[in-house]
Design a protein. Structure first.
Ligand SMILES: Cc1cc2nc3c(=O)[nH]c(=O)nc-3n(C[C@H](O)[C@H](O)[C@H](O)COP(=O)(O)OP(=O)(O)OC[C@H]3O[C@@H](n4cnc5c(N)ncnc54)[C@H](O)[C@@H]3O)c2cc1C
Length: 567
């Protein structure tokens, strides 16, 4: 006897479906199938076409594989052929078998054309070893010959040029949540939308993206917070009092969380979007100590986050801190939803965000060909096309190198006369050695146009005033940054650009800062509020480097200990 056909490694959820309106027959088919295939496959039984379709839809959303579908021909409401036709919309690759009585052979033969039937089986099928198993074995073998690996991870169905679809991909990628992307224009994307009950109604805009969680739940246009909680990211603090609250999950915040938690402080890190901060958007950081071959921001962030969690730090994402208050010896942090948590100490590590370019058309095209900062999630889509990058700093240079691997051409647009003043020497060298990267100095973007997606840019030579319009589908902007500290207005002292002033800079003349009521002067990274420290790019005069941000996070924790000893 031949051995049962087995599913590929990891394909534990491959199913064989059988549907028959006669409960006795339905149970008998399922029993025979289970006897031979039950160890390797899931046998799913239904007693009507409608309930079988519902089961198929749910399985589709969960990412289960369906190898074979057996349906009885004579069923009320929906006969076997009608059912198989609809089942094909959900699982086009599943093999189809019609169970028929002898009298219905004609209908079965017709069905071969209608639903591309693989086989019809005459009832009764006894003994199964002779009549049922050889048929199902052959179909399973044929099915396995094609690559049908399951997709148990999160799925996103969206539109290429929908800004929110792009944001959701970015959010999941930066939180290291694996996902698979389906365009709503493609057949598999449409099948998933249909399975989720989302139909295109004439004249109505399709609500995209739809995110399908690994357990098959469909979320329509989810907000970041909803997404975070459904894909298993922590969003709620477990306590209401901590030793240390770290605000911001970039390198400085992650550094502070690792050192704080590893040194026994009850530590919570609060991040408004995804951990990693700016560094998380970097395609390759080449100057971080200990990584001679470079490391991607995503890898560094993933490791740092796991390290912080290993030492017991709580990491909350999608929580925006909106205010900081002093309540006696406690420092109280308020979230956007009004809830608060308190701690003895706070480290501000909110970093900076990209400035926006004000040229007409850019705002409308943002997320539809125009992107600020990150180039990673869109890189595959730029393949074989012409890409423009605005900016003269390292972030722009790295993006150019990264995108040049797939794009036809990459043009870096710089306002100044050269890159030398703003970009590291090693990157300038690297760029000059890549044939499809060119640099246009003294150039600024003054207009962007497109209907669905970016189509053209108008560029102006800042030296001569001449303009020209180029066809462009992709524009990435890396144009300097502003500190994310507006919410600290009227609390800690900030400089004229909004960066937080700390330590000796608060008492340049040897005097205590205004409102400071301790005998000592502020510690090095301490702000004008005792027990509140600042680390990384948000600090006035900081180095704006990953290593210095991490180092300041660690140093701030050392000063937190000093502060707590004297509390
Ligand atoms: C594309 C790119 C490439 C780079 N490449 C390099 C490189 O190769 N080498 C190098 O040394 N440096 C590089 N840098 C610079 C480096 O990434 C930054 O100096 C570093 O990330 C600063 O860390 P940070 O923690 O201070 O701030 P950030 O990385 O900016 O992180 C701050 C975090 O705080 C969060 N946040 C802000 N406000 C709030 C709030 N109110 N509530 C909760 N969370 C909040 C933000 O969402 C963010 O995640 C690069 C930067 C970019 C953008």
């Amino acid at each position: 006897m031949r051995m049962p056909v087995t599913a590929p490694d990891g394909a534990t959820r491959t199913a064989i479906i059988t549907v028959d309106d006669d409960p006795g027959v339905s149970r008998a088919v399922a029993r025979d199938l289970r006897r031979r295939y039950g160890e390797q496959h899931r046998i799913v039984r239904a007693e009507s076409g409608e309930s079988a379709l519902e089961a198929l839809r749910q399985m589709k959303l969960r990412g289960d594989m369906v190898a074979v579908i057996l349906a009885d021909y004579r069923m009320p409401q929906m006969n076997g052929i009608e059912f198989l036709e609809r089942a094909m919309d959900v699982y086009p690759a599943a093999r189809r078998v019609l169970l028929t009585a002898y009298a219905d052979t004609g209908a079965a033969i017709d069905a071969i054309n209608v639903v591309d039937l693989d086989h019809y089986l005459l009832k009764p099928w006894d003994p199964p070893e002779e009549k049922l198993y050889p048929v199902v074995d052959a179909l399973l073998e044929a099915w396995l010959a094609t690559d049908r690996r399951p997709v148990p991870e999160t799925k996103i169905v969206g539109h290429r040029w929908s800004a929110r679809s792009s944001e959701v991909r970015e959010f999941l990628a930066r939180n290291q949540v694996p996902y698979r992307w389906y365009s709503s224009d493609e057949p598999e994307g449409q099948r998933l939308l249909k399975a989720a009950g989302i139909e295109v109604v004439d004249g109505e805009r399709l609500r995209l993206p739809v995110v399908i969680t690994p357990d098959g739940e469909a979320l329509v246009e989810p907000a970041d917070a909803e997404l975070a909680s459904r894909v298993g990211l922590a969003t709620t603090p477990s306590k209401d009092f901590y030793d240390l609250i770290v605000i911001g999950g970039g390198p400085a915040g992650l550094g502070a969380a690792v050192y704080g938690a590893s040194e026994g402080l009850r530590t919570v890190l609060v991040e408004r979007t995804a951990t990693g901060g700016q560094a998380g958007q970097s395609s390759r950081i080449e100057n971080y100590l200990g990584f001679p071959d470079g490391v991607s921001g995503a890898q560094l962030t993933d490791r740092a986050r796991r390290q912080a969690a290993k030492f017991g730090a709580e990491v909350l994402t999608t929580r925006d801190v909106v205010s900081l208050e002093v309540r006696g010896s406690a420092r109280s942090v308020r979230f956007a939803d009004g809830s608060t948590i308190d701690a003895h100490t706070v480290i501000l590590a909110t970093g900076v965000s990209y400035r926006r370019l004000g040229a007409p058309g850019l705002d409308e095209m943002t997320g539809r060909g125009v992107y600020y900062g990150s180039a990673l999630t869109e890189a595959a889509a730029c393949s074989g096309q012409d890409v423009y990058i605005v900016g003269g700093a390292n972030s722009a240079g790295q993006a150019a190198v990264y995108l040049s691997r797939g794009a036809r051409s990459v043009t870096i647009l710089v306002r100044g006369p050269s890159l030398e003043r703003s970009m590291s020497f090693y990157l300038i060298q690297q760029i000059s050695g890549i044939s499809n990267i060119s640099v246009r100095t003294c150039t600024e973007v003054i207009d962007a146009k497109g209907s669905d997606h970016l189509e053209s840019l108008t560029l102006r030579n800042t030296a001569t005033g001449e303009t020209d319009t180029v066809s462009a589908q992709w524009l990435f902007l890396f144009i300097g940054a502003a500190p994310l500290t507006d919410w600290l207005d009227n609390t800690v002292v900030r400089d004229e650009l909004g960066f937080v002033v700390s330590g000796p800079d608060l008492s340049l003349d040897g005097q205590r800062p205004r409102g400071w009521n301790l005998d000592r002067l502020p510690y090095h990274l301490e702000t004008s509020i005792p027990g509140v420290f600042v680390a990384g790019d948000a600090r006035a005069d900081s180095a704006k480097r990953v290593a210095s941000a991490v180092g300041e996070g660690a140093m701030a924790v050392m000063l937190v200990h000093r502060y707590l000893e004297k509390l």
